[in-house]
Design a protein around this ligand. Structure first.
Ligand code: NAI
Length: 351
């Protein structure tokens, strides 16, 4: 059996090759083929002969790609990530494909990264680093705000949101959250409110909900004015949660005090690759990078040794469930008994 891995980086090879999955022994005869480029309609033919395909956040699995995969013999889609907004699950279900993700891998890794973005942006350590290397020890422009006592608003209190809440509670912040599904774990650290109240009272707003039809552009020209003047917005979740044009306008008008992004609406064609020798024609991204109070990273919040180990092990465990035809707890489409495994709030959007 062949497993075709798309968007494969050297670290993916290292961790997948050494994934611990006792159930999937060598007798299963899995041959792994690595492709460095992403899966799309242009590249799907390279999966020919593969029974299983392993993909990442920016691979495209729309209905056309899934149909093509199915026609060439693929039966399993293994996502080595938590988010699945890039997969047309309805089409996958119609085709009878097995689709599974790795829903929880070191949520602390992402939460800790969100905190590091806040701290960098708030205390200007990125600017200080460059200044000191130039022999400039002037503090002008590096003034920050003490986080203790500030109000932090979380949109989404799942695994990552709760891990983030635990850390921010340690900083002595007041926590507010909005989530249609309240979590008892979050209630240890803060209280739930509606989105408008959260936006109007928070000094920092951090997004931790999935990208769905309901959450797409949850931050746009209508919601941004509801935010406190000078508040900081953090997105380590999915780029599509923020309407980039609107956020640029809010930064230009000096209403928004800062923006920290690990994800970006148009990241698909840019992130995870070196474009330093090319002209980047995404004017909105380029505009964002000109603001001194904007920090953009290339979708790296998950990127710790611990998370990569858990992703690889989880991916191979899902493959093992598929191979051995056992019920997979990470399956994203209806199981063989027909019970819906996709929560109604998480209907993915097509990108
Ligand atoms: P989770 O599924 O544990 O939690 C998501 C929470 O969002 C749930 O509590 C859900 O009820 C809530 N939610 C759903 N619709 C909402 C809405 N309209 N408004 C507010 N909340 C809503 O997911 P987890 O593990 O906490 O991950 C969150 C997101 O983080 C993922 O969907 C993924 O997009 C992103 N992520 C980013 C990574 C990175 O490297 N930057 C790595 C891993 C995940």
């Amino acid at each position: 059996m062949q497993l075709s891995v798309f968007s494969a980086k050297p670290y993916d090879k290292t961790y997948l090759t050494t994934a611990r999955a006792t159930e999937l022994d060598s007798s299963a005869g899995i041959e792994i083929i690595y492709h460095e480029f992403p899966l799309s309609l242009e590249t799907v033919s390279l999966a020919k002969g593969a029974a299983a395909v392993c993909v990442f956040v920016n691979d495209e699995l729309n209905a056309d790609v899934l149909e093509s995969l199915h026609a060439s013999g693929a039966r399993a889609i293994l996502l080595r990530c938590a988010g699945y907004n890039n997969v047309d699950l309805q089409a996958a279900q119609r085709l009878g494909l097995f689709v599974a993700n790795v829903p929880s891998y070191s949520p602390e890794a992402v939460a800790e990264f969100a905190v590091s973005l806040i701290q960098t942006l708030n205390r200007n350590t990125h600017r200080a680093y460059n200044r000191v290397r130039e022999g400039n020890f002037n503090l002008d422009g590096l003034l920050g705000r003490t986080l203790y006592g500030k109000t932090v608003g979380l949109v989404g209190t799942g695994r990552i949101g709760v891990a983030f809440a635990r850390i921010m509670n340690g900083f002595g912040c007041e926590l507010l959250a909005y989530d249609p599904f309240e979590s008892e774990d979050f209630k240890k650290y803060g209280k739930y409110t509606d989105l408008d109240t959260l936006l109007s009272q928070s000094d920092i707003v951090s997004l931790h909900c999935p990208l769905t039809e309901k959450t797409r552009h949850i931050i746009d020209e209508k919601t941004l004015p509801k935010m406190k003047k000078d508040a900081v917005l953090v997105n380590t979740s999915r780029g599509g949660l923020i309407k980039t044009k609107a956020v640029i306008a809010a930064l230009k008008s000096k209403h928004l005090g800062g923006l920290a992004l690990d994800v970006y609406e148009g990241e698909g064609s840019l992130f995870y690759n070196d474009h330093s020798g090319h002209i980047i024609d995404d004017d909105e991204l380029m505009r964002l990078t000109t603001f001194h109070n904007v920090l953009v990273c290339g979708h790296q919040a998950f990127f710790t040794q611990e998370a990569l180990r858990e992703i690889a092990d989880g991916t191979i465990r899902n493959l093992s469930d598929f191979v051995h035809k056992v019920k997979c707890k990470n399956a994203l489409v209806q199981d063989q008994a027909g019970s819906p495994l996709v929560r109604s709030d998480s209907v993915p959007i097509r990108i």
